[in-house]
Design a protein around this ligand. Structure first.
Ligand SMILES: [Zn+2]
Length: 395
């Protein structure tokens, strides 16, 4: 068969798989095991060995599957990684978001670009990997709940660490139009809860106003925001170049004349370096526990301040000589490196020593939107890229 025919078959296969994948309603937080079973079945039939890791309720699943090298020769493995969850759909779609539809060289559907398109490509390509004389392991990593602060990936990562899979190259196929992304800021979200003592407004000294203590906490955060600016690293590649902090909401109180016993604050920070996240947390915790809380407890011993971590997506740091970026550049011929403002699982893989790059089909412009789509040409580009991965993985 000619190469062109091969590519056409591959492409048809990828479209078929993508259509199937979109039909699984894997909105973050929901059961994704039917989709995982589907992927596992394909890989299993090709001789891959896999294992699963789960959330506490065993409702949501990560799959890690391996096509073993046929010739062992010290070559570091490749991990092809994607998240299986999609963001919820809002009203206004032109067609059913969970039925793939092709129109004007685009394939529409929730998750088409973010990021089932990539998963479809790697699954469509897997039979070729399996039939090749691989001289390195090719891993497939499919996680749950990336869109809600990367909840699934850390569970997988700690298992990888246990199994000694802590080197090699990881390619995360988030939609980048097949461009290389080699860094992004972290994204940490918190809710801090204050509980004081209700009372009549005419006797503020007898109550503990949760709203007032929360306000002081907010002021402290804003003060620390200035400190973060002053900590701006030299040669920062980000815009803005320093770690940011933002208060998303303050909720508390029931009436003008009632001392509020409850209040909570939603806030987030985007650290440019991990140290900033540590600095900020230790400063604000110290202020809460050593200044605010003792004052509150003096009046009402059961007062409390609790900071809940909603999610801490760690940053993805630019490596000077990134093996992963070199690997991808070698295939695509594109030596550019870009920074993005969205978070990914990249920092988690990087943290255990795996050289990581974000590069995948489709555009982030279409992600999370009504009528999400992927340009069909992007699927072709990704399949061609995988051909390159294979050529670098055979002897
Ligand atoms: Zn994504």
């Amino acid at each position: 068969m000619s190469t062109e025919n091969n590519l056409q078959n591959l492409y048809n296969g990828a479209i078929k798989i993508l259509t199937d994948l979109i039909a699984f309603k894997t909105i973050s937080g929901e059961n994704n095991s039917p989709l995982i079973d589907y992927c596992d079945k394909i890989l299993n039939s090709l001789g891959a060995e896999s294992f699963r890791t789960y959330d506490d309720e065993k409702k949501r699943v990560n799959l890690f599957s391996t096509l073993k090298a046929k010739n062992e020769n010290e070559k570091k493995p490749i991990i092809l990684s994607g998240h299986t969850d999609v963001v919820p759909v809002s009203k206004g779609w032109s067609a059913d978001p969970f039925v793939a539809t092709i129109k004007d060289d685009k394939l529409y559907g929730r998750g088409s670009c973010d990021m089932k398109g990539f998963i479809a490509c790697v699954l469509a390509y897997a039979p070729i990997f399996s039939n090749s004389n691989l001289d390195r392991d090719i891993h497939f990593s499919f996680t749950f709940d990336e869109e809600t602060a990367c909840l699934g990936a850390p569970i997988l990562i700690s298992e990888l660490k246990k199994r000694g899979i802590n080197n090699g190259i990881c390619i995360i196929g988030e939609p980048t139009n097949m461009k290389i992304i080699d860094s992004h800021k972290g994204c940490y979200e918190y809710t801090t809860y204050f509980e004081g003592l209700a009372g009549h407004s005419s006797e503020p000294h007898k109550g503990v106003s949760a709203v007032e203590y929360a306000s002081r906490y907010v002021n402290k955060l804003i003060e620390l925001r200035q400190k973060l600016k002053e900590r701006e690293p030299k040669d920062s590649i980000f815009d803005p170049p320093y770690s940011t902090l933002q208060i998303g909401g303050i909720f508390g109180g029931i009436a003008h004349n009632v001392i509020a016993d409850k209040c909570h604050i939603n806030w987030e920070t985007r650290p440019v370096v991990k140290e900033d996240g540590i600095f900020l947390n230790s400063e604000i915790d110290k202020y809460a526990n050593e200044i605010l809380l003792p004052e509150m407890k003096k009046i009402f011993p059961n007062s409390s301040i609790n900071k809940e971590i909603i999610g801490e997506v760690i940053g993805f740091d630019r490596e000077k000589d990134s093996k992963a970026c070199e690997f991808v550049s070698n295939i695509t011929g594109d030596n550019s490196r870009e920074v993005v403002s969205f978070g990914t699982e990249a920092g988690l893989f990087q943290e255990i020593g795996i050289s990581t790059v974000v590069c995948g089909p489709g555009s982030i412009q279409q992600a999370h939107k009504i009528d999400e789509f992927i340009e069909l040409n992007e699927i072709k580009k990704c399949l061609k890229f995988l051909e390159g991965v294979k050529n670098k993985s055979i002897n």
